[in-house]
Design a protein around this ligand. Structure first.
Ligand code: PFF
Length: 472
């Protein structure tokens, strides 16, 4: 066994399927659902965006989630090790996922820090008649505050991952995820019942296809990958802690399901309030940090709602960022270079240092631009969400569809009798390692298998590649 494939006999596992689902759904449900999705809906014609997103989710996102978790559970290793088991030549795909992890972790915790700042100010008001646009700009361009809040968020992330899979990630996800759902429902009920709240609902559910452009489709694809935590090996790592007895198909599909419900609930919790108080739904990334605090100010019980809303955001951001960190930590611990404590410490220090330029990119470093005028923060987001994750998705589809154990293929098997004439002719998919992994060696049913195979081999790589090239 080579170094990457040091499969430890006592590798951690989830204590239950529920624990896995909560942790994996926790990875998927994050800022992508509560921050990005509502503002993308606001900018791209309400439910017109939702319809496009849903189509891409069902036909590309869900099949790829199954594929990624399958490789993880098969390999029982970090992404580099698991891809390496499929073919040693594929280790770079896993390694690219690790790089993506570092890039995501350079900007994601910065937003986690912003949430902490706003949570603090839900308790301690910003003062009389606050100008939220000014507050947001002043805070994000300050030379210290964004770094301090980044540090606090990174410490929380660090502690949970250092505690380990079962005592840390699973335990906290099992508390935070259900709490998040309950809080979200409370906020949604509060906002829908506001005066004029129904106007927001109309906006969400009446599609305006005139707002749909090529960019809408790009945004939707990027959002599918980002929101499902797909394409960098986070789900693969979580899948690697899944027991060989679990029903992989069932556990996998609950993740996109929960993810989508939360994204829709978040939109329902935000839009009616925005309309009720005469704000525009098209505020973009500032929707949560500029528009919503103003909405909360005008709302009965607003400061209480603000506290629970930002607590919810904090939970969601944490359960996602721990999954990014876990991918990197599992690589180091699988290779047994360091134990979990030191691996988590090392990676956390590195990503905190990487986060500082992103945290400062709205102030001191705002004059530094990387991709065509984009700030450091925006460039990292663009690189990870619009390039590396979709590219990771294409490679994932190619590996499973075409490379792993000869690829997914259909064969006609002819059994001949003694005279050499065809006796039995059967058509069917070759039951290769991948299909054996999904069905627990044929003991479990795999619904929609043919459709899944067709998507993994053809639809996913071609569609994502086309959009990807267009994007570049
Ligand atoms: N899915 C997370 C969100 O919606 O906020 C973001 C994310 C987590 C992306 C983990 C990628 C990842 F590996």
């Amino acid at each position: 066994m080579n170094d990457d494939n040091n499969q430890s006999a006592n590798r951690a596992h989830w204590s239950s399927t529920f624990g896995f689902i909560m942790a994996a759904a926790g990875s998927a449900v994050g800022l992508g659902n509560l921050w990005k999705f509502p503002y993308l809906v606001g900018q791209n014609g309400g439910s017109a965006f939702i319809v496009i997103y849903a189509i891409l989710l069902v036909f590309i996102g869900v099949p790829l989630v199954i594929a990624e978790i399958t490789i993880g559970r098969f390999g029982q290793l970090n992404p580099v090790g698991s891809y390496g088991l499929i073919s040693p030549r594929l280790k770079w795909v896993g390694a690219m996922g690790l790089v993506t992890g570092f890039i995501l972790l350079s900007f994601y915790p910065v937003v986690g820090g912003w949430i902490l700042y706003y949570l603090y100010h839900s308790f301690v008001a910003f003062g009389e008649n606050p100008d939220y646009a000014k507050i947001f700009t002043e805070y994000t361009s300050d030379p210290y505050w964004p770094c301090i809040t980044l540090l606090i968020f990174s410490l929380m992330n660090y502690i949970i991952v250092a505690l380990g899979v079962e005592k840390g990630i699973e335990k906290y996800s099992k508390i935070m995820m259900p709490a998040l759902l309950v809080i979200l429902i409370v906020v949604a009920i509060r906002t829908i019942t506001l005066k004029n709240g129904l106007e927001g609902m109309r906006f969400i559910f009446q599609p305006d296809f005139t707002k749909v452009t090529g960019k809408t489709i790009l945004d939707a694809v990027g959002q599918v990958f980002f929101s499902l935590s797909l394409g960098m090996g986070a789900l693969m790592t979580y899948g690697s802690y899944l027991s060989k007895k679990d029903n992989l198909f069932k556990s996998s599909i609950s993740i996109p399901f929960i993810d989508t419900i939360v994204a829709l609930l978040a939109t329902v919790a935000i839009m009616p309030a925005v309309f009720a108080f005469g704000f525009k739904p098209t505020a973009g990334p500032a929707l949560i940090f500029i528009t919503l605090p103003a909405v909360f100010d005008q709302m009965p019980m607003g400061s209480f709602i603000s506290i629970i809303f930002f607590t919810l955001m904090l939970f969601a951001a944490l359960t996602s960022s721990i999954s990014m960190l876990e991918g990197l930590v599992s690589y180091i611990t699988d290779k047994r270079h360091l134990n979990r404590f030191w691996a988590t410490t090392l990676v956390s220090v590195v990503i905190f240092l990487l986060g500082i330029p992103c945290a400062l990119s709205f102030g001191k470093l705002s004059n530094i631009t990387i991709f065509s005028g984009k700030s450091i923060f925006d460039s990292m987001d663009f690189l990870a969400s619009n390039i590396l994750l979709p590219f990771g998705g294409i490679m994932l589809a190619i590996c499973v569809g075409w490379i792993w154990d000869g690829g997914l293929r259909y064969e006609t098997i002819i059994v001949r009798n003694q005279k050499g004439n065809p006796d039995v002719v059967t058509n069917g998919y070759v039951f290769n390692t991948c299909l054996k992994e999904i069905t627990n060696h044929g003991t479990l049913n795999f619904p929609f298998m043919s459709a899944w195979i067709f998507i993994i081999k053809w639809v996913a790589p071609i569609v994502v590649f086309t959009i990807f090239i267009d994007n570049l």
